[in-house]
Design a binder for this molecule. Sequence first.
Ligand code: PLP
Length: 376
Amino acid sequence: MPTPSVNKVQINLAALRHNYLQLQEVVGNHVRLLPMVKANAYGHGLVPTARALYEAGARAFGVAEIEEGVRLREAGVAGEIIVFLGVMPAGFADLLRCDLSPVVFGRDTVEALSAFAVQAGKKVGVHVKMDVGMGRLGALPHEFQPLLETVGKLPGVYLAGVMSHLPLADNPEEKLTLAHGSTFFEAISAAEQSGKGRVAHIANSAALLRFPKLHYDMVRPGIALYGYYPSARLREEAAVKLRPAMSFKSCVIQVKELPAGRGVSYGHAFVTQRPTRLAVVSAGYDDGYSRRLTGRAVVLIGGRRVPVLGTICMNACMADVTELDRVEVGDEVVLLGMQGREEITADEIAGWLGTISYEVLCLFGACNRHEYIDED
Ligand SMILES: *Cc1c(COP(=O)(O)O)cnc(C)c1O
C-alpha cells in the first residue's frame, strides 16, 4: 500500500449509534427511524455509516439515487432502501434487482414501472410524494389523490408509503410547518381507504425535534444523526445531546520563525506584525478546506485554537503558533473536531463560510480518505 495522505476524515461510529439511539428515544418505540444516508451519508461514508446504524437498530435507509442503493445492497446491507430522487426507466432494472423502493411523484413513471415490474414478475413498493410547500419534488395537493389511485389500480406496484418534505422546519421563528403538516394529514386521511399497510412520513431532523405531532409512522433524520442540530436555537433547546461523528485532521509539515514585516502565502494578504512562528499545515482547498476560509479560519494545534494566516493554498495553509510552547513537524492539526478541551464544529466553519453544517460535512467527506474509529 502506498503511504496514505496525512489528511483524513475520521468518523466515530459510536457517535453515530449514540445519536441514533437518542433520536429513537425522542420519537418512542412505535415510530421507526429512517436514516438519510444520501450524499455518501453526508460525507461520513455510505456503507460503514449504514452498517453502524443497522447495528443500532435501523431497518430502513434513505438514499438520493439508485446507484447509492445498489452500493448498499452490494455491501450486504438489508432492510428497506428508499430512493428519494425517484427512478427513471434507465434505473428500473437495478431497482428491481436490488429490491429498492422509489419515491414517485408522476403518473408516467409509475405506469412505466408497473409495466416493467409485471414483465419481470415482481411487485415494487413505492412511496408517493406530495409537495406541501417545498416547491421541489412531489405531486401538488390536487394531483396527489389521483396519483394514489393510479398506484392502487396498477399491477406490479403497491403503495408502501405516503410522504412529504418540509421547507421551513429548521427555522424556529416560522409558523407554517404545522399548516404544511395539516395539508399532508388531510390528504392522506382522505385517501385512507387506499392506504392499508402503508407508512406515512414527513419529518426531517428539525421536525423530529420540534413537532411530535409530525412523527407519524416514520421519521427521516439526516443531520441530527451526524451530530448536528438544524438550528442554533435547537442546539440550545433540544432535549437530546447529540455527538458530532466527523473530525478532519491533518498535520504540521514545517515549523519556522518569521521576522516582523514578512508576507505570508499568495498575494501577501497577511503580513507579520511581530516575529511569528509559523506552522505549515498539509491541508488546503483540494482537501475541502475552502480558499474562502482565508482570513477567518482557526485550527487546533497542541490543544489550542490558533489562527490560519494568509491565503489558503491548494494543498497547504499556515497557522500562527507563536503562542504555543512546542510545535513539531508531524504534530496533529484538527481542522474539524476536538483536540484536548477545544473543539471546532461544522457549525462554526459553516459560519466562516456563509453556509450550513451540511455542506461542510459533505465537502470534507468528499475530499478526504475516511478512517473509522469506535470510541465512547
Ligand atoms: C435530506 C432529507 C432529509 C433529512 O433532512 P435533515 O435536515 O438532514 O434531517 C429528510 N427528507 C428528505 C426528503 C431529504 O431529502
